[in-house]
Design a protein around this ligand. Structure first.
Ligand SMILES: C[S@@+](CC[C@H](N)C(=O)[O-])C[C@H]1O[C@@H](n2cnc3c(N)ncnc32)[C@H](O)[C@@H]1O
Length: 436
């Protein structure tokens, strides 16, 4: 069975009539359904056992088309003012999720899907029945939990993830940090204007601190632990894309330095694709200790570890300098500093590889697939006056470090979190000067 060609996002957006959009939804759904059938894969459903729609690259375009057209259809079918109000009232969904996490509702409900009356849930949680019921109804209306009969609730495909510690940490961390910080975004614009300092942010106003986000989080181990924990699934959901978005195995016997590599979880994945590659993980001491502990036995002979500040000159000559989720935490000035610290170590043919979510071009929006990167960019401005960057914005930073940099993007914007690759090489490797 073959998949039908589906319209690209531009064409989908150009469709304005309800019928045209509905036809695009129908064509994309048919294409996906035929693919799933041909591969004997299950269709997604709301059961707690559903794994969701397959992320296979063969149906990437159809999935995107389906998401764009169905979202546009939903917005058009909602009256404009109601749509505006719905976007605004999204804050109550976040707060209701906090209720579910704080009162351990996902753990109280049976994970196999057996329903439970609100009286029993409230009693087991030690919560007020009416207030809990109000939060649960808000969530079921957003497809989180299901109310199988009046006041009787069960897990569904999304609520089941609230049993995972990483999801609980994400919700707690966001409600305690990014939520109060976001509330001060507009105030910070008034007070700090166009400051790019990492301690003149909405975070500083929201958390009433003069420290930058990084200084603050390292001094608050409880939040630091939650932050690290909630980052894990973001990495895990990107593993497949990062492993396949670039032909790692073609690199052969090279040395790759994972700058700010954290606990190494990303390069432990990449190394599985590149059997001859050697990797050095560089980070702060705390991260290096964890990275060493987590190194899989079959990779130990190919991995080395070094405590290294990325704001200091890179002492190791390597073939590839890899940075994932580093630059988006930094303002432009600091990004240039980091790149300039790598330059003196770059031998002819060496490259810098940035692994992040590359911000889409403006004409690619709106697109539900880009919701992650637009949210993430908001978070980075909120916390650190940093942000996700488009290809052109990355190019500006690289050229501020050295005009000879040539950039190439691997992977279309809108993939799994921080899974696009930007490959930067120096056009003239013979030049000795790295000054711009
Ligand atoms: C968001 S994590 C990214 C970790 C990993 N690259 C990944 O993709 O999961 C940022 C990392 O940068 C490290 N880091 C922050 N400041 C640093 C510095 N000045 N020098 C070296 N590493 C630093 C942190 O310890 C952390 O591991």
């Amino acid at each position: 069975m073959t998949t039908e060609p589906v319209p690209d996002s531009q064409q989908t957006r150009a469709a304005t009539s309800l019928l045209e959009l509905a036809e695009k939804v129908s064509a994309a759904a048919l294409s996906i359904s035929q693919y799933l059938c041909s591969k004997s894969l299950n269709e997604p459903n709301f059961s707690p056992l559903s794994l969701g729609l397959s992320k296979d690259s063969e149906i990437e375009d159809a999935r995107e088309s389906l998401l764009i057209a169905s979202k546009a259809l939903t917005v058009l079918a909602t009256d404009p003012l109601t749509h505006l109000r719905e976007v605004f009232f999204a804050y109550s969904d976040s707060c209701a999720l906090q209720v579910a996490v704080d009162w351990k509702i996902a753990h109280i409900l049976c994970t196999s899907g057996t329903p439970m009356h609100i009286n029993e849930i409230a009693s087991k949680a030690g919560a007020d029945k009416h207030k809990l019921l109000t939060a649960m109804r808000l969530l079921t209306n957003s497809y989180i939990f299901t109310e199988v009969e009046p006041q009787v609730f069960a897990h569904n495909s999304s609520s089941i993830h609230l049993t995972e510690r990483s999801t609980e940490c994400l919700i707690n961390y966001c409600m305690d940090i990014t939520y109060p910080a976001s509330r001060k975004y507009s105030d910070s614009m008034k007070l700090h204007g166009s400051s790019t300092k990492s301690n003149e942010t909405s975070f500083n106003l929201g958390l009433s601190t003069k420290k930058s986000f990084w200084e603050w989080i390292y001094e608050n181990p409880e939040f630091c632990e939650k932050f690290n924990e909630c980052m894990k699934p973001l990495g895990a959901s990107s593993y497949t894309r990062i492993r396949t978005v670039f032909p790692w195995s073609s690199l052969g016997n090279v040395l790759l330095i994972d700058i700010g590599g954290g606990n190494g979880h990303i390069t432990y994945q990449i190394a599985q694709e590149a059997p001859e590659m050697r990797v050095m993980i560089q980070d702060k001491e705390q991260a290096i200790v964890e990275a060493k502990e987590l190194c899989p036995d079959n990779l130990k002979s190919r991995f080395s570890f070094k405590v290294q500040n990325f704001f200091e000159t890179q002492p190791v000559v390597a073939d590839i300098y890899f940075l994932r989720m580093i630059l988006h935490f930094l303002n432009d000035e600091d990004c240039v500093k980091v790149l300039k610290c790598i330059l003196p170590a770059m031998k002819p043919g060496a490259r810098i590889m940035i692994c992040e979510s590359i911000f889409p071009t403006p004409e690619a929006l709106p697109n539900p697939l880009h919701k992650y990167v637009t949210n993430q960019s908001w978070n980075m401005v909120t916390l650190l006056n940093a942000g996700e960057r488009s290809f052109d914005e990355f190019e500006k930073i690289f050229h501020a470090a050295d005009k000879r940099f040539k950039l190439k993007q691997w992977g279309k914007s809108g993939g799994a979190p921080s899974s696009e690759i930007l490959e930067a090489t120096l056009a003239d490797d013979n030049s000795k000067s790295h000054e711009t």
